[in-house]
Design a protein around this ligand. Sequence first.
Ligand code: SF4
Length: 484
Amino acid sequence: MAKISPLQVTPLLPGTNCGECGEETCMAFAVKLLDHVYTVDDCKPLVKEKKYAKKFAKLKEMTTPPIRAVKVGVGERQIVIGGEEVLYRHELTYYSPTAIILSAPDDNLSLIEERAKLVRDLEVYRIGTLLKIQGLAIRSKSNDPATFAKAVKTAIATADIPLILCSTNPAVLKAGANAAKGKNPLLYAATKENFKEVGQIALEHNCGVVVYSMDLNELASLAASLYAAGLEKIALDPGIEPSDGCFADSLDRFMMLRKAAIKGDKNVGWPIVTPIASAWIGKDPNLSEAERIETAFREAEMGATFIARASNMLILHSADSWLLLGLMVLRQGIYSDPRINPSVEAKLYEIGNPNENSPVFMTTNYTMTYFVVKDDLEALKLDAYLLLVDSEGICVESAIAGGQTKAEHVAEAIKESGLENKVKHRIIIIPGLAARISGELEALSNWKVLVGPRDSGGIGAFLKAKWDGKLDQLMQEWKEMQEE
Ligand code: SF4
């Protein structure tokens, strides 16, 4: 999609600056619309007033990404899959992180409950962000509408999370969709045999549907037929064959679909769902623990591969914590915005309750550096000051090498932070990776510089060796430094 500027978007908005969208001006809305903070539908006057109908249609067409965004679920846990504009992350950014969905069969209500709770409750705090998994796929193992409906109701009673209803039997899907009325589930899957009935159920419930075919022409044609029938929430599954010999073909199909979509083939411009749970197809339910882990590992490998290729949704069988954590962390890295160096505010932070004798640490304002150092200091139960110097969000080693952080910047930051009124000593501990600026920093700041460990995990041992009980001695050395 050609890059659109806010100047092209603004004339298509009402221009009344009414503020209904939460922005003070239409121009501010236009900027955020292009940054995917809003959708066109968030400008209510544009949607509601007939006189804007043409502008609304034009703006909608102009801002619809080549891979259309599809919402699944409702409320706070609603997810958006798709919405991507580029094939590779470095070309712009990816907008909607891969949804990680656990699966459970409909004939095991306790497992459904257990997994719904896991999806609801699992939260991992990492680098300033809460990582979660997104939803539950209920698989119709029974092929019985009543059993399936009961399973769906059990999941809904347990947690208000996005649901994927999996069966190729329209009667089963209908029972599931009725049980999940108003919850905006995703029906999975429409095939060439059932797409008319499944499409009808999706239309009746205004929910999305995943189209499945390993034949890409057939897949495109089925999606086009459903779209022509009025469905606007579609996703695609080009199939996965987990065995070593066939997996490369699965990946090829996936990439061909993504490339065609980004190049503008509207028939396949939909999010892609990858059911990596297929690693378990044909496996004996009584696998040994070693075989179980081996299969889960295969699932993890496939999941990592598809997250790296920007799959929009993974459906997993395994719920091992090592697998979920690994995929969530990988996803966090892939879906960070490459246009922005992840940074936190460069200023003086207090760790615990520091006093005038507390140690002072310095590092750069790269997010990952900040959170890792902060967590390490807190784990030591230290009362300390942590001075973050603005490195444009770059880590210590690169910022020192690239000149974003120089001795003069640290000296200025010490002065501006007011540290000289907060502590009675003049000792600052800098990262081992910034050792090369220590001499110049002492000269510019008039503080004694201690070169700390290269890794903040070594701060505890460093303090024992160089700080604890040594403040008087260090200040004596500082005084001698003044006399030189
Ligand atoms: S709601 Fe629409 S018209 Fe009102 S300020 Fe926002 S963009 Fe402009």
